[in-house]
Each structure stands twice: as C-alpha cells, then as structure tokens.
Design a protein around this ligand. Structure first.
Ligand SMILES: [Zn+2]
Length: 313
C-alpha cells in the first residue's frame, strides 16, 4: 500500500490484460511492486549475510540500498575500502565492480550503478516481477476502505482516516543467477571471491528467498495491516547451463505446463539439465512425477540447496 490521498491509504493498482475465451479484458487490480519485493529480499539477504560474517557495506547493513549510486549519500557510514572506490570510480569500472562485489554481498546479488563519466554497473543477479492477482481468481478480489479514528481528549482534535484493505490470490515470479554470484560480469568473467565464500554467498541468497516466502515478511504497513496470508503453491526450477523460467502461475495448470516446457527445452538444448521441486496445497502438481514435492517451503529450499551442494563446480 503506497498511495495516500487525503486521509485514505490506498493500494497500488496496475492495469492487467486478462485473456478470455473471446479476446482480452483490461482490469485495474491491486499489486505489490517488484521494488517492494526486492527491498524485502535484500533486507533479509543483508541480515543473513551479516549473521554469517559475510561482508555487507555500511549502507546495505542499514537497509539503505543506495548501492554506491550517490557517493555523497554514503559519507556517514563510509569504510576505508570505499575511499579506494572513490579514487577508482571515474576511470576503472572493472575494478569498481570487483571492489564492491568483494565488500558487499547485497550488491553482489542485487547489482548496482555508479553513474560516472564511464559508468560502472552490475546487473542484478535476481529478477523479480510485480505480485499481481492470478488470472483464474481475478474476478474474486475485493478492496474496501476501513474507517478508523485517532481519538483525542478534545473531540475537535479527533482525526479520521481510512485504510483500504482487500483480499486476492496473488502470483509472482523470481529468478536467481546463482552462477554469477561472486564473479565479475561487467567486462570480464572472473572469480572475485574464493570458491568457499562463493558457495556461502549462494547459500545465503537462496536462504534469504526461502525466509521471505516461508514467513511472508515483505511489503509495507505490516504494523497494523499485516496480511493474514498463506502460500497456495510454489514451484522451483533449477537449470544449467541456460536459465529456465517456470511458467507463470496464473492457473493451476502452471506446474503441468512447466513440466512439458522443461522436458522439451532440455531436448532442444544439448546438455541442458532442469530439476523441479514444489510445495503444493492446491493440487497443482498431482500426477506429475517429474516434480519432487515437499510439505513445507523450507523443505523445498533445503532440497534445492542439497542438490546445489552436490553439483557445484
Ligand atoms: Zn552494499
């Protein structure tokens, strides 16, 4: 929830084109932005990385994701390595990437941009969509403004306000480029941290995601409108060497569709391997033997990490 209009706090709304039997319908529906999900993910990533003694820069540690994009703004929490960064930033973007990745796991995974004369940038190693209502439940969403009063001893000082609340079945997609974590990707492809630390960073990146989903702690206004929510289903695809994306979970057929696509894509690209894991409380993966199913989200990600540890190069 982001928009305040007078004394009403409204949901963010986005236009969604929904396919119908005959054509399409345009619907304006509530949504959670990708920035909101990315912010939560990077907060958990910063906290988990720090708790495991992996490097996190001063700003990211405080959940201020400036990412060295404004060197004026990092002044108050600057470390010695950031002085070196300020010296190198104009002429040597490759060195800038190495220096930042070495010193901050959040920017290793989440990328950064220094808009200098020669810009230094690292594309985020995770990509996330907006969270939007599922096509097959988009008619079943509701929003309603709830009346509240801040009470005061003097009745003329009472303040009324409205918070819009609602209910919907949401979907979203996220991708993580595990292979690029701990490696430079802007001008060359080199290991920036040792193998052992690279593995730790990848584990933390996956753990932060599983924590965000298992406990559903993301978004704004949690203090008084913490959603009473549950995950209906979740599908994880791990692929190598090319990235493979699961089908959008707009209908319950998404797992079946993903299985067919994974099989055919692996048949098309020689050497492509794709593994699938799921949590499912809505019967989406029934009868699909290609998917390993577990009873909790934590277990799904434990199995994903076990597979990763056995196959890491
Ligand atoms: Zn940082």
């Amino acid at each position: 929830m982001v928009e305040s209009i007078g004394n009403v706090a409204r949901h963010r709304r986005v236009p969604i084109v929904v396919p119908r039997e005959n054509g399409y319908t345009l619907i304006y529906a509530p949504a959670v932005s990708g920035e909101s999900l990315a912010n939560a993910y990077q907060r958990w990533l910063a906290d988990l990385a720090e708790s495991k003694n992996l490097p996190v820069c001063g700003c990211c540690r405080q959940h201020l994701f400036i990412k060295h994009g404004d060197l004026e703004a990092i002044k108050l929490v600057k470390s010695p390595w950031e002085d070196e960064l300020i010296e190198k930033r104009v002429k040597n973007p490759a060195e800038v990437e190495k220096l930042i990745v070495k010193n901050c796991v959040v920017e290793d995974v989440g990328g950064f941009l220094l808009p200098e004369e020669i810009p230094a940038k690292r594309t985020s190693k995770f990509r996330v969509s907006f969270m939007v209502p599922a096509y097959d439940a988009i008619e079943q969403l509701a929003l309603e403004s709830q009346f509240h009063v801040r009470y005061a001893p003097d009745p003329s000082l009472h303040k009324i306000y409205y918070v819009e609340v609602g209910s919907a079945l949401y979907v979203f997609q996220m991708g993580l480029e595990l292979d690029e974590i701990g490696r430079s990707t802007m001008l060359s492809r080199e290991e920036i941290v040792g193998r052992e630390e690279r593995i730790k960073r990848i584990e933390v990146a996956v753990e932060a995601l599983s924590h965000m989903l298992e406990n559903r702690i993301f978004g704004a206004r949690l203090a008084r409108t913490n959603p009473v929510s549950e995950v209906r289903s979740l599908l994880v695809a791990v692929s190598k060497p090319l990235p493979f994306q699961a089908s959008p979970p707009h209908t319950r057929h998404y797992m079946k569709d993903t299985v067919e696509r994974a099989r055919d894509f692996a048949g098309l690209i020689s050497g492509e391997e794709i593994k699938l894991w799921a949590y499912d409380s809505e019967g989406a993966c029934e009868g699909l033997e290609e998917i390993s199913r577990y009873n909790t989200i934590s277990k799904v990600f434990s199995e994903v990490l076990n597979y990763f540890r056995q196959n890491v190069e």
